[in-house]
Design a protein around this ligand. Structure first.
Ligand SMILES: [Zn+2]
Length: 138
């Protein structure tokens, strides 16, 4: 298979990690994405509840494929998508997307924020849980 160029539009700062399905249990473990598949159905060592369901695994895979897709787009491609929207429209869109809706800090982002650091969960659903402004590196 042809290796696609990675433009790193989305940088994965910290990946993986598993969280116990039991809401009263706080067990988490650091697991890399590549090891997820082996963890499907693995019981929590603390309470015995499931650590990674088939559904949660599937969401993690879809998220990873989405990131790979965005990262395969060149800066020119991304620019042309971006230019279809005004800054105001873009910020409105961001706030209205279910994905970002409940994320901590979403209301504090200014309209001209281009690079944001997003913490994403794939537990039960794919959702942003926290957004922060990140400075562009130049
Ligand atoms: Zn547990």
């Amino acid at each position: 298979m042809e290796e696609k160029k990675n433009y790193n539009n989305i940088e994965i700062v910290k990946e993986g990690g598993l969280q116990c399905d039991n809401t009263t249990c706080d067990y988490t473990e650091d697991t890399l994405f590549k090891d997820y598949e082996a963890c499907i159905g693995k019981p929590c060592p603390k309470c015995g509840e499931n650590l990674l369901t088939e559904d949660d695994y599937h969401r993690a895979v879809v998220l990873r494929e989405t990131i790979n897709f965005v990262n395969s787009m060149s800066p020119e491609n991304l620019d042309s998508i971006n230019n279809l929207l005004t800054e105001e429209e873009r910020s409105e869109l961001l706030k209205n997307m279910d994905f970002f809706k409940d994320a901590e800090g979403i209301d504090d982002l200014s309209e001209d924020t281009k690079i944001i650091k997003t913490t994403v969960t794939t537990h039960k659903e794919v959702k942003a849980i926290k957004v922060e402004k990140a400075d562009a590196e130049d």
